[in-house]
Design a protein. Structure first.
Lengths: 391, 170, 358
């Protein structure tokens, strides 16, 4: 309601005008300002890596593993950004669907890559349904999509607990006692994925100087990247971009705005479900009731660290973000010990940085949005004035 | 929606379901236990344990069994293959046998009695289900986990409980 | 459309419209719990005592939502800032060596400058991002809480009853207030019916303290500045046109909210008897937000009665479900119910159409 109504009337013209008129110095300044967060992170990492004392091969190994398991999840955020719905905090819904699928697959004892594939297929109807619900609610709260998605996490998190903790093994059949709680129903606090642990990572893996490269993971990620690139060019992708630019204009051009927005959230949720399955097969087990809770926060923080903003994100941002954010995440505790002598401070510091980055990105987005809106207003006023003078 | 679109969608759905069904069959995991144990009385006959059996599954030596010993391997799917290197009596030359058998879909843990199997007895003589011993009663886990924004500490009033709140780090 | 019009004509429909469907369901559920309580064998008087007690702990925090909602800043997801100022006030008052009721007064006094400082910065920030307050507020809350996590370890507190036992550096994640301000309000003019065989204890002091703050808030909303605040919240364009300094009013409302949050957490601690630090302040947000919404507030409209009704309903729900439902179905689903109700309430409120929002 608030965001897109009167925003970009003059905004695009204004931006293109800027690009023509700026001298080189200002352009560099602009570049630094646009990439302030990645630059800051490069500095943090540059300071912390030597302090942490980790070997290069250890660091490389960690970062490549984390890239393999996280990038898919983060890519799922791109499509809602494209359609102007901001950072999809509701991606957690997909993660929950993925976890429920994994619980079933574990119970049915489907192992290895077939287990992963089956879990992905099973997660689709569930995440699509949750995505549909989320999208519909977001359409009722235009301009407040992010906070709504954020609250949906917790709301659906409650439903997830209800299902997994009370319905499973009482209403929903669960065969194996080993994953049930001792009291007879509900799922144990940890679900073991021993039999599919790293099955994707190990397939086709290449070892190079002690660094393991999970090739299959990267192939899957590449396929998703290609999909996203292709999707942008389809009719639907174009529609989404139009909706992201201006809902009213898109509506006037005959695009079904609400439907387009819902589809974009559904796609994101389904991918998030796949992403969570890839993520968890790498870890090898998951805390049933908390595995999803932080995932949205970390993915969003990583994306923003890569230089993305609330309204613009590219695949490059995802890769850069994962590398920088996770380097910081690996080295911060040890560097914290080296600097302050207290391990907890490093822990808290990295949490603070993740929250801080999101906060800064949100603030910058809102300020920019507001500036664009008032500039648009001024432009309009100017145009009216001139029009009045001419006549 | 036109008819063609509907057909395409239904076909896609059918394909996905077919893939899922295939995965359920080919991905079913089993744990297989090999017993090298004398079967004392099967229809009046005795089948003696071998002196030594080496079991190789997927090019990996999973067990070297003496008499009355049990080995273990995992297998995905139902067409189980293994290579046995059998030394029947002390001093014999070991002979090698390649074995293929179909595993029952619904069993998680399967015990195969090797002497009985190699003697060519019917399935009921050499195959049995492994039923894990009931785990010792653990303390009841408390799975009630808040939403990280909850009232954890103060609701229970149980100060011995988790006071740290949600772990932000993960 | 015609179906909903039909519904509006029925009396039930009218009730739903004025009272709100979720609130109706929650009220009904609570009444059901009260009826079931004696049947399941729990003592009604004890239950009522618990509800009143928890009401007295939480009411001020819920009241802290009101100013910001009034000025159109939305739900104050940034309440952790106020809580942090309260925590700073409380710990510093103890560090300075105050004990007993005096430590309570000093906690409020010391927390005030922090609240003004934090609230001022926070308000100035929110003025630059009108329309996107809630999301930013949430993350401002998160980052300030995690920043203070570092601070609790680094600020050189010395008082042995609050610093970590072994190292002596950094504050404990939780400590008792027995020799400080635990129950200073609730024990004041306490009415205890136990001698007459009824397990009903009324923490009169806490209730009076809340009543005082609520009255002050009500009175403030009827002053010139207060009405200006309401005007800013309900129609900022009109308010600006009639010469009200919108930014100044919003800033004031944020400071007020933050300050009430600080007092709120101190009152909460005196009832609860413990101070919880580190990530605990985050846990104060949702109960307060959910309570005011259950009380009938919307994203840009809230009154004192919303606060009172909402806190009673929400805390009633939170206190009664564990005992009553557990007795009924022998499973403790209260936590899950609480999560679904409180977060569902916020989702519901966010999807309502709100008039007057830019």
């Amino acid at each position: 309601m608030s965001s897109n109504k009167n925003t970009p009337l003059g905004q695009r013209n204004l931006e293109s005008m800027h690009n023509y008129a700026t001298p080189l110095g200002r352009r560099i300044l602009e570049l630094v300002r646009n990439y302030a967060v990645p630059i800051m992170f490069i500095i943090i990492c540059a300071v912390c890596i030597p302090l942490s004392g980790f070997s290069t091969s250890y660091l490389l190994n960690e970062i490549i593993t984390r890239m393999g398991r996280n990038i898919f999840l983060i890519l799922s955020l791109l499509i809602p950004i494209m359609s102007g719905m901001g950072l999809n905090f509701g991606m957690t819904l997909g993660a929950m669907a993925g976890q429920i699928a994994l619980i079933f697959v574990t119970d049915w004892q489907i192992w290895g890559i077939p287990g992963v594939v089956l879990a992905m297929i099973l997660s689709v109807p569930l995440s699509a349904l949750l995505g549909l619900m989320c999208g519909k609610l977001m359409n009722m709260a235009k301009g407040r999509e992010m906070i709504l998605g954020y609250m949906m996490n917790y709301f659906v998190g409650g439903l997830y607990q209800l299902v997994v903790l009370y319905f499973m093994a009482s209403i929903i059949p669960i065969k194996h006692a080993s994953i049930r709680l001792p009291r007879g129903f509900g799922i144990r606090t940890t679900v073991n994925l021993t039999n599919m642990r790293q099955c994707l990572d190990n397939e086709l893996a290449i070892f190079y100087n002690g660094v393991k490269i999970p090739v299959l993971n990267f192939i899957i990620i590449a396929v998703l990247c290609l999909f996203i690139v292709w999707f942008r060019r389809t009719k639907l992708g174009q529609d989404m971009r139009a909706v992201g630019q201006d809902m009213d204009v898109a509506q006037a051009a005959g695009i079904n705005v609400d439907r387009t927005r819902i589809i974009s959230i559904i796609i994101s949720t389904v991918f998030a479900g796949f992403g969570q399955i890839i993520y968890l097969q790498n870890i090898g087990n998951f805390p049933t009731y908390t595995a999803h809770s932080q995932i949205g926060m970390f993915c969003i923080a990583a994306l923003l660290v890569g230089g993305a903003s609330v309204e613009k994100a590219s695949i490059g941002n995802v890769f850069l973000g994962v590398i920088l954010f996770h380097t910081m995440f690996i080295v911060a505790p040890k560097a914290g010990v080296a600097i302050t002598g207290d391990a907890m401070i490093g822990e808290y510091f990295r949490v603070f940085v993740s929250y801080g980055v999101i906060t800064m990105a949100l603030i910058m987005y809102e300020i920019k949005k507001r500036r664009a809106r008032s500039q648009g207003g001024e432009l309009l006023a100017l145009a009216q004035k001139e029009g009045g003078a001419a006549s | 929606m036109n008819k063609k679109g509907l057909v395409i969608r239904l076909t896609a759905l059918a394909v996905v379901i077919a893939i899922a069904a295939t995965m359920m069959v080919i991905g079913r995991g089993h744990t297989i236990y090999f017993d090298n144990k004398t079967v004392e009385n099967y229809q009046g006959n005795e089948y003696k344990a071998f002196e030594r059996v080496v079991v190789t599954v997927k090019d990996e030596e999973v067990a070297k069994l003496g008499k009355r010993e049990r080995g273990m391997a995992t297998w995905i799917g139902q067409n189980f293959k293994m290579i046995l290197e059998i030394t029947e009596k002390k001093g014999d030359e070991p002979r090698i046998e390649e074995i293929e058998l179909t595993l029952p879909y619904n069993m998680d843990g399967i015990i195969i009695n090797l002497p009985a199997y190699l003697a060519g007895l019917p399935e009921e003589a050499w195959l049995s289900e492994f039923i894990p011993a009931p785990e010792p009663e653990e303390d009841e886990e408390d799975p009630t986990i808040g939403d990280g924004l909850g009232l954890e500490g103060d609701l229970t009033g149980d100060l011995g409980g988790d006071l740290g709140g949600e772990d932000l780090g993960a | 459309m015609s179906k909903s019009e039909q519904l509006q004509q029925t009396r039930f429909g009218q009730l739903v419209n004025t009272y709100g469907l979720p609130r109706l369901i929650i009220t009904g559920f609570l009444i059901f719990l009260f009826i079931m309580a004696p049947i399941t064998g729990s003592d009604l008087a004890t239950q009522i005592t618990n509800v009143i007690n928890r009401f007295s702990w939480n009411a001020v925090l819920v009241l802290a939502m009101v100013p910001m909602i009034h000025s159109g800043c939305g739900l104050n997801f940034g309440i952790p800032l106020g809580v942090l100022s309260g925590l700073l006030g409380g710990t510093l008052a103890i560090e300075m060596g105050f004990t007993g009721p005096m430590s309570f007064v000093m906690a409020i006094v010391v927390s005030t400058p922090f609240a003004i400082l934090f609230g001022g910065g926070y308000g100035a920030l929110l003025n630059r991002i009108k329309g996107g307050e809630m999301m930013v507020a949430t993350y401002v809350g998160f980052s300030s809480v995690s920043f203070m996590c570092i601070m609790w370890l680094m600020i050189p507190y010395k008082n042995p009853s609050i610093v970590m036992a072994y190292t002596g550096v950094g504050l404990r994640s939780m400590f008792a207030l027995d020799s400080f301000y635990a129950n200073v309000l609730s024990k004041l003019f306490e009415i205890d019916l136990n001698p007459w065989g009824i397990n009903l204890v009324i923490p009169t002091g806490s209730l009076l303290f809340f009543a005082l703050l609520a009255f002050l808030m009500w009175a403030f909303l009827h002053t010139k500045t207060g009405t200006a605040m309401t005007a800013v919240g309900s129609n900022p364009t009109f308010a600006k046109a009639s010469g009200i300094n919108v930014d100044r009013i919003r800033l004031l409302s944020v400071i007020l909210s933050t300050w009430l949050g600080a007092i709120g957490i101190i009152v909460y601690q005196q009832g609860f008897g413990f101070v919880q630090l580190y990530t605990a302040p985050q846990n104060m947000t949702m109960p307060a937000v959910a309570a005011v919404l259950i009380g009938g507030a919307s994203v840009n409209k809230a009154s004192i009665s919303n606060v009172i009704i909402g806190t009673l309903l929400f805390q009633g729900l939170v206190t009664m479900t564990p005992t009553v439902i557990t007795a009924l179905i022998h499973t403790d689903v209260s936590e899950v119910i609480r999560i679904i109700v409180s977060n569902g309430m916020v989702v519901y409120a966010l999807t309502r159409k709100t008039e007057g929002l830019k």
